[in-house]
Design a protein around this ligand. Structure first.
Ligand code: DAH
Length: 340
């Protein structure tokens, strides 16, 4: 009885296999006959109904059928697969004369590069690097720097407030009192980082920019030290001797305070659009640390003095590479960024 079924099953499977027209049809057939709940498995189950002495011989026959079907099915499957692949490839048109696509290599952003160069020069001059937070308390960003709550100079900062007490830092000067509180004297640090101000975006100003703060506090620090340090820094940065001009200016956290201008490298001082025809470009604010700020940081102004500066990084990058528009730094246009 089972023997007949075995023969019938073989014929049926072979007929169906011969009728298959593609690889997926063969896959379905495989499940139907050889799957866990397939016909062969069913046949094996039915062995238990056969007389005991016939079972081993019948079992062998079923196994032979299984092996034979496996072979036929897999070779048919392989044949269809390679035919289908050949068909697909024949339809694909390949133009071997097209230029290949070049892998695009990333590179450091020009601003990161400029910051790192400034750091390298200043570290070479004896400063160490400290970082302050981007989100800052009103205390470190303003109050400890001698901006009282109603100080008019606060208005110049167009501050983004996060809450009544916290803001996005408007300058890297926020690091000054933090460093004074956590360091032993003398202090000789620089603090690079992002700053934020709610300004109109234009070719010359942006809501996000970078500064490098400098701070030196010791027992005999003079204004001449400050001038000399800045002169040395700019000379190294631009790789040529540069002419600086110092204009008295007001920042609540320094006294005296000044703005530092660089003789325009673009026009050599004759006047151009970059320097707004003045021949000079503002590159930093600086001054002698105000006694009130030293006190905020727990330092006795009778014994110690210091100088500080804030450098505008975008301005330096702009000047050295002859870029006319500060917005380009944040637009992520690879055609622009690739040049540096
Ligand atoms: N924090 C000032 C600004 O962003 C720049 C500045 C001026 C920093 C004088 C200083 C300084 O350390 O002494 O406008």
């Amino acid at each position: 009885m089972i023997e007949k079924t075995i023969i019938a099953l073989r014929l049926e499977a072979e007929k169906e296999l011969a009728a298959c027209t593609d690889a997926s049809g063969v896959e379905a057939l495989k499940v139907k006959f050889l799957g866990k709940k397939g016909r062969i498995a069913g046949l094996m189950m039915s062995l238990k109904d056969a007389p005991k002495e016939e079972r081993p011989a019948l079992g062998m026959q079923i196994n032979e059928l299984k092996v034979a079907l496996e072979q036929q099915i897999s070779s048919t499957h392989l044949r269809f697969e390679s035919e289908e692949l050949a068909c697909r490839l024949a339809k694909e048109v390949m133009d071997v004369t097209l230029p290949g696509r070049r892998a695009h290599l990333g590179r450091e952003h020009i601003i990161t590069k400029t910051i790192n160069e400034a750091i390298d020069i200043l570290v070479g001059m004896g400063f160490s690097v400290q970082y302050g937070p981007d989100i800052e308390s009103d205390f470190y960003n303003f109050e400890a720097l001698n901006f009282s709550e109603d100080h008019p100079a606060r208005e110049m900062h167009d501050t983004y407030y996060i809450s009544k007490q916290f803001c996005l830092r408007t300058h890297t000067s926020n690091t000054q009192v933090r460093v004074m509180e956590s360091s032993t004297l003398p202090i000789r640090i620089i603090a690079p980082g992002k700053c934020f101000r709610n300004e109109d975006v234009s070719a010359r100003s942006h809501v996000q920019f970078n500064q490098v703060e400098g701070l030196y506090i010791d027992e005999e620090v003079t204004f001449a030290d400050l001038l000399q340090t800045l002169q040395e820094f700019f000379t190294q940065f631009f790789g040529q001797s540069v002419q600086l001009r110092h204009r008295p200016s007001y920042f609540p956290f320094v006294e005296p305070g000044m703005e530092v201008d660089l003789h325009c490298l673009e026009c050599g001082g004759k006047g151009c659009s970059l320097c707004k025809q003045s021949g000079w470009l503002e590159v930093a604010g600086a001054g002698m640390v105000h006694p009130e700020v030293l006190k905020s940081g727990g330092i006795d102004p009778e014994v110690h003095q210091g100088y500080a500066w804030g450098l505008g990084i975008e301005r330096l990058a702009l000047l050295r590479s002859g870029i006319k528009d500060i917005r380009l730094f944040l637009e992520n246009d690879v055609r622009f960024l690739d040049q540096f």
